[in-house]
Ligand binder design. Structure first.
Ligand SMILES: [Zn+2]
Length: 351
């Protein structure tokens, strides 16, 4: 199978009948989880960094006893990330153009502003197979003392699946949750260079994945950055997507920058987290890193997509089964800690 075929496998839509057959079961589970997690969201929003005191996910650990063997380690709080994933899931399905997604955009802006970031919306209208859709990227910026900036991103929309309560605990919420935790850590001890967190709208295809119907937010951001000259100052891009699975193994993505993949793998080794970064599954993945790669900017897609047991995607991918019980605080912590360490080391390198 060629890498192109693998891309096709990535985006095969599930049969609607299968989705419908499992909707009823998962609606009840989702409703219960939503009710539980809403209670914790107020604390998470008003008290950033507070011990969430419990978590909603599977919590299955691959390396919970692993200790970092480097003195520049900063460990991301996986429980706090898990709690923020639960807060997003509690909003229900969050497809582009939905009220729930607007609510999440406002919450992200409020949260990142409270950490000290300058925040903005980047609004645009996307032409989709379903007509015009208003979309909104959320941008949080931290200035640097050195020229250039790093961009850390995640998509915050969920796949539009009619008649399916698709809440995207892993596919959507996990990457955002880890990014938010990293943003909190980086605000306490900023980088030398500038830093932007960008939460992209419209990563998901409105209908069937193709170059025109996908990556709306990142394509718009990259296009605007190329127009206004900002693209030249982007030193590297880290995209996090589907990083919360309890059995997470980050994929060695064909399109991603080798330099960034090496930096991540080295960081993971020094943190004793190679169980999450085995570097063994080589797959080509289309995600929000592509528009930046097309501009010649080093970018990496940090994702478990492509490396699930028994196939490219987990059985719950793009179904109502993508719920909080699939996530693990340890996986969220592992990914965030490795990306953070790689970012710190790149930032302190002499360039
Ligand atoms: Zn998806």
């Amino acid at each position: 199978m060629s890498w192109l075929l693998l891309i096709c496998v990535h985006r095969i839509e599930l049969d609607t009948m299968i989705i419908k057959s499992i909707v009823k079961t998962h609606l009840a589970v989702w409703g219960l989880l939503a009710a539980i997690s809403l209670t914790g969201c107020r604390d998470a929003i008003s008290l950033p960094g507070a011990d969430p005191g419990g978590s909603a996910g599977a919590g299955s650990s691959q390396a919970s006893t692993a200790q970092p063997c480097t003195d520049d380690a900063e460990i991301i709080d996986g429980k706090s990330a898990l709690e923020y994933a639960a807060c997003q899931v509690a909003l229900g399905p969050r497809p582009a153009g939905s009220d729930a997604l607007r609510q999440l955009a406002a919450d992200l802006r409020k949260k990142l502003s409270a950490y000290g970031y300058k925040t903005d919306y980047q609004d645009f209208t996307a032409q989709t197979p379903n007509g015009s859709v208003s979309m909104r990227n959320v941008i949080a910026s931290w200035p640097g003392s050195q020229p250039g900036e790093y961009l850390v991103g995640a998509h915050y929309d969920t796949k539009l699946l009619p008649d399916c309560a698709f809440v995207g605990a892993n596919d959507g919420a996990s990457g955002v949750a880890v990014d938010v935790e990293m943003a909190r850590m980086l605000a306490k001890k900023p980088l030398r260079h500038g830093l932007k967190f960008v939460f992209f709208d419209g990563e998901e295809a409105v209908r069937r994945w193709n170059p025109q119907d996908s990556l709306y937010g990142s394509r718009y951001y990259a296009q605007e950055a190329a127009k206004n000259g900002l693209a030249r100052s982007i030193k590297a891009v880290f995209i996090l997507d589907m990083v919360g699975d309890a059995k997470l193994q980050v994929t060695d993505d064909y399109f991603s920058s080798s330099e960034l993949k090496n930096a991540l793998n080295a960081a993971a080794r020094d943190l004793n987290l190679t169980a999450y970064f085995p570097g063994s599954r080589f797959t080509a993945i289309e995600d929000d890193h592509l528009p930046f790669i097309q501009l010649g900017i080093p970018a990496v897609d940090v994702t478990g997509f492509g490396s699930f047991e028994g196939g490219v995607s987990p059985a719950y991918w793009h179904t109502a089964g993508d719920t909080m019980d699939k996530l693990s605080a340890d996986s969220l912590s592992a990914v965030g800690s490795a990306v953070l360490l790689a970012l710190r080391r790149l930032d302190s390198a002499k360039n």
